[in-house]
Design a protein around this ligand. Structure first.
Ligand code: F6R
Length: 365
């Protein structure tokens, strides 16, 4: 059942090119536009709402915060985000002019389901990004975008995350078009790049020697930090969660520009810091942040785009990922982070597929 792999987690990491293809291809027509079954959002509706809420837990929430950036950029609708276990207790502003988007692989997470129900009660339209057909969340939402990732068995979510991010890219473009806030040329250019993502993930997965080597030096660490800015920061949060849940190593993700406001105090001689630097508009700023860490003795493992070789001057190790548009590169930059988590956990003899204290589907609030 593991198809020749040692664990479901690594099998599911390698299934990502297919999962992405299955999620993306059916949504893009031959003439290059987006078609969404199970979603009946009209132009009139979208022009009349004044905000979107994105609510989810854990990894699904991390996909949601990427979704926020994309929707705000392409559709120009303000987006609020919250984790589902906090949302209902934070007096959320939800009414008929709110589109509520919930994200859930299983479709059964209790807090996310409760958030969806509250939003419906308050008159909001609800859209679910969900991986399990017929699950509670998929059944109760007004509109559903299925991530066709296939069954995810490992507790640590991998292919669900990348397909959720892909779903958000498609939804953001779709809403932007409906809303007439994105130009045809931008829409077309992004879609053309989105179609190429699965093969680029494949390309990363075909050469994981360096990532394995980096992981083999991390097993004895007590703390590992992830830093990034913009979408890189969102991906850093997911990378950090993955590492702690499967390897039990303490880890934190930090917005790189915030380091000097406190957390830089944690950096000691040799502290490993995984620095994501994929965003062109933030590259120089990120390099400065990397240097701040380096100057305090941090050991920098950078993740950047092929071509950004200047980063080698500031980082100890560099993992290169293929180039694509900055808005959608999270689907590529998370792959080495998933692999690092897996190989570190493996090296520490952790129960990779069933980490201690965790369950695949959290049906208590
Ligand atoms: C982390 C992980 C969890 C889930 C969270 C939400 O790897 O798997 O953080 O993402 O429990 O689960 P779903 O998406 O089923 O609502």
């Amino acid at each position: 059942e593991k198809g020749g792999y040692d664990h479901f987690m690594i099998k599911e990491i390698f299934e990502q090119p297919k999962a992405l293809r299955d999620t993306i291809s059916p949504r893009i027509t031959k003439d290059g536009s987006i078609k969404l079954d199970n979603i009946n959002i009209t132009k009139e509706y979208i022009k009349n709402i004044n905000k979107i809420y994105i609510v989810a837990c854990g990894t699904a929430y991390h996909a949601g915060i990427v979704g926020k950036s994309l929707i705000e950029k392409y559709a120009k609708i303000p987006v609020l985000t919250d984790v589902a276990s906090e949302f209902r207790y934070n007096n959320p502003f939800i009414d008929e002019k709110t589109l509520m988007i919930v994200v859930s692989q299983s479709g059964e997470t209790a807090d996310t389901l409760a958030a969806l129900r509250l939003a419906k009660e308050k008159g909001a339209r609800t859209l679910a990004l969900c991986n399990v057909v017929g699950s509670s969340i998929a059944r109760e939402a007004d509109d559903v975008f299925y991530t066709w990732a296939g069954p995810e068995i490992a507790v640590a979510s991998t292919k669900a995350y990348t397909t959720q991010v892909a779903a958000f890219i498609i939804i953001a473009l779709y809403l932007g078009k409906l809303n007439e806030n994105i130009s045809d040329s931008e829409y077309n250019t992004i879609l053309k790049e989105v179609i190429k993502l699965p093969e680029k993930v494949d390309y990363i997965l075909n050469d994981i020697f360096k990532v394995k080597d980096i992981a083999s030096n991390m097993m004895n660490q007590d703390d590992i930090f992830f830093i990034g800015r913009g979408i890189d920061y969102n991906v850093a949060m997911e990378g950090s969660l993955k590492l702690k849940e499967v390897s039990y190593i303490h880890s934190e993700a930090m917005a790189a520009g915030e380091l000097k406001h406190g957390t830089l105090a944690l950096i000691e001689e040799g502290t490993p810091v995984i620095a994501l630097a994929t965003q062109d508009n933030l590259y120089d700023k990120m390099i400065s942040n990397i240097r701040e860490v380096k100057a305090r003795g941090g050991y920098i493992i950078a993740v950047s785009k092929e071509g950004n070789t200047s980063i080698e001057k500031s980082a100890d190790k560099v993992i290169y990922i293929p180039d694509t548009m900055d808005d959608i590169i999270g689907i590529l930059s998370i792959i080495p982070l998933q692999l690092i988590s897996y190989y570190v956990a493996l090296g520490k003899n952790c129960d990779v597929d069933k980490p201690r204290n965790l369950a695949k589907s959290v049906t208590v609030e």
